[in-house]
Design a protein around this ligand. Structure first.
Ligand code: HH2
Length: 382
């Protein structure tokens, strides 16, 4: 009897409650609520005799009123609590992430994570910043262009990529992190799935761990992050970079990705990571077909029900090239811009991008329309 929150339209939410018994379905249907009865609780019979799906739809305020009535009924009390949590999570926006001395106020505006690949073989900027000085120069440039976080990675995780040794990864990124931590106030994130690499990067000055495996590839990654009081990005991947694009299959991609992320959050919290320091990321392109990526973007708002801020990494990715017939990564700027604007509208709070100057402007414009820019906010639209 797990409720699932679906976002129907601007300002409207629907909660699908699967596998309720006939008795519960009829209890819900008969709750006198403020919703029109046809929309309030629609129960459709499934083929199995004892299961039903109930859909509650309405504005958040209407749903809250209905949930109050549900709470009063012993047969639906627990369920109404679960739904209330989903709704509260969905509507929550006051996320603040602590990165050493800096607090990232994700409610004030959309934040930009600038990508710095210190690799010879990344899919879009491989080889450009392998040299420490060039990497540091690009980081300074991104900070000046409006990056709120610099994400430093030493191993490409593009489809088919083979793992790199710990020593090699460290040799690439540690000198860059050390140099930047000494001079930039912009928080530094380390893009790694290896706990030993994360440990040394945090000791060298990084304050956020961006783990493409969602804490699954290194068993003690969560503990390392907890010990350092670091922020953590939990990303979804199906398989490993080596094999993830070999015909990935999902029954329902959004449900499966959301479950993986929720489990990742629970793992992190039980290892001692502060829940308030966790971000989630559906992992665009990591074990997903074009259709999966587009579905995730279209239904991105559903991840908000997990109750952690969503980070989105679409920048210059292959699915954009497929849609726009642009095989070269450099020709995917406009496609990336479309995903950034839509991602913000669907509620993502951090955008991981290569083209920092351009995407910072796309974000500022989108924030202005949505009145998310604190400078533009009036007393009415809190
Ligand atoms: N994508 C890439 C790497 N790290 N981290 C998060 N949280 N989300 C992402 O979508 C994501 C990520 C792949 O992009 P890139 O770093 O540009 O390429 P490569 O892996 O080839 O270095």
């Amino acid at each position: 009897m797990e409720p699932v929150l679906r976002i129907l339209d601007h300002g409207t939410a629907a909660v699908a409650i699967r596998s309720v018994t006939r008795e519960q379905a009829s209890l819900i249907r008969n709750i006198p609520g403020p919703l029109p009865s046809s929309a309030a609780a629609h129960a459709s019979s499934s083929k199995q005799p004892n299961t039903n799906e109930v859909i509650l739809a309405g504005t958040p305020d209407q749903l809250r009123e209905f949930l109050k009535a549900m709470t009063k009924n012993p047969g639906t009390e627990q369920l109404s609590k679960k739904i209330k949590t989903l709704l509260d999570n969905y509507l929550r926006s006051d996320y603040k992430i602590k990165c050493r001395g800096t607090v990232l106020d994700l409610n004030a505006r959309t934040h930009i994570m600038g990508i710095l690949n210190v690799t010879p073989d990344s899919f879009s900027d491989g080889g450009r910043y392998l040299d420490t000085d060039r990497a540091a120069k690009r980081a300074r440039e991104m900070a000046a262009e409006g990056a709120d976080i610099i994400d430093i990675g030493g191993e490409s995780t593009r489809p088919g990529a083979r793992p790199l040794s710990e020593d090699e990864e460290l040799a690439r990124i540690i000198p860059v992190i050390r140099q930047l931590a000494g001079e930039l106030t912009t928080p530094i994130s380390v893009d790694t799935y290896k706990s030993a690499v994360a440990e040394k990067a945090l000791a060298a000055g990084a304050s956020l761990v961006n783990d493409i495996s969602g804490l699954r590839f290194s068993p003690d990654m969560a503990k390392v992050a907890a010990d350092h009081g670091a922020a953590v990005v939990i990303m979804h991947i199906k398989g490993t970079p080596r094999d993830m694009q070999e015909k990935p299959v999902y029954a329902d991609v959004v449900t499966e990705v959301a479950q993986y992320l929720e489990e990742g959050v629970a793992m992190a919290v039980s290892a001692g990571v502060d829940r308030e320091q966790i971000l989630i990321d559906p992992g665009i392109g990591f074990g997903k077909t074009l259709e999966h990526n587009l579905t995730i973007l279209e239904r991105l708002g559903e991840f908000r029900a997990i109750g952690r801020p969503v980070l989105l990494g679409t920048s210059r990715k292959k699915f954009i090239g497929t849609v726009l017939d642009a095989p070269e990564a450099e020709r995917r700027l406009e496609g990336t811009a479309a995903t950034v604007a839509l991602g913000i509208e669907r509620g993502a709070r951090v955008m991981r991008v290569h083209d920092v100057a351009q995407m910072a402007r796309v974000a500022r414009m989108t924030d202005a329309i949505l009145k998310r820019n604190s400078k533009l906010q009036t007393a009415n639209d809190k």
